[in-house]
Design a protein around this ligand. Sequence first.
Ligand SMILES: O=C(O)CCC(=O)C(=O)O
Length: 290
Amino acid sequence: MSKNSRDALPATFSPQWQDWLASNIVAGCIDADLEKVMTGNGFSAGFARAAILVVRAMTERVQQQAPETLVAHQADPFRLAKGSVLRAHDRDVKVVFTLSNPNVAVIEGLLSEQECDELVAASAGKLERSLVVDRDSGGHQVSHVRSSEGTHFQRGEIPLVGQLEKRIAALTGFRVEQGEPLQILHYGVGGEYLPHHDYFDPKDPGTPAVTRQGGQRVATLVLYLNSPQEGGGTAFPDLELDVRARKGSAVYFEYMNRLGQLDARCLHAGTPVVSGEKWIATKWIRQSNY
Ligand SMILES: O=C(O)CCC(=O)C(=O)O
């Protein structure tokens, strides 16, 4: 068999699926789980096995021949520079803090005060207790880890959400379609979200189910819709970083690099609200269209 034919991918295997496969292989997923997701998305088992074989062979060859390209957490150059004022679709925003490796940025003025109030008002009547992903089944459940209530807006569900999604896409470089529905959260006094990762652990049995649509999560933007009186920031214990919640500002962080490696240092927590209340909007971004 010639070198080229050994590495040939099935003709109808899209670049998005190739990226999804390569990044999950690098992240340690086993063939049976990958095949399950692919067959669940309409590929035949034979096609899935062939694609997995080819992409695994290519990925492993890169790992052997160019290990320096696979150094854990090697960040891509960050697009956001501290101090810069950027045009985010229809609004100027200011980057007030950045960290590279992992890429983290704090951005001021992503929403105006009036826009924050509008999102809160549109959410207030439909809040429900927040859930977390069950790591075994991929389903959702109530947990003490997360004492907030929340709701979601589908992409573009109301004009303001559509506008915000375009701003986030302009800033992050990810497509609007890669975003999950916008989550709105409300925490009362004592409310918090204990330290967690937003990505799905490749070793968890429930992960293939939650990554079937859109692949792994790659980045998060947490936008503060009010300024709590005391407490209620976002803490990154491994980065020794505490972000203060300020109305209209956001913290953005990336935890998957181009090679599909996940960065555990993006562990983060919503710290307890000491007085007042806290409102945020969270946008989780996936590897491919969600
Ligand atoms: O409440 C916060 O500041 C963080 C929220 C969060 O971690 C999340 O929505 O994933």
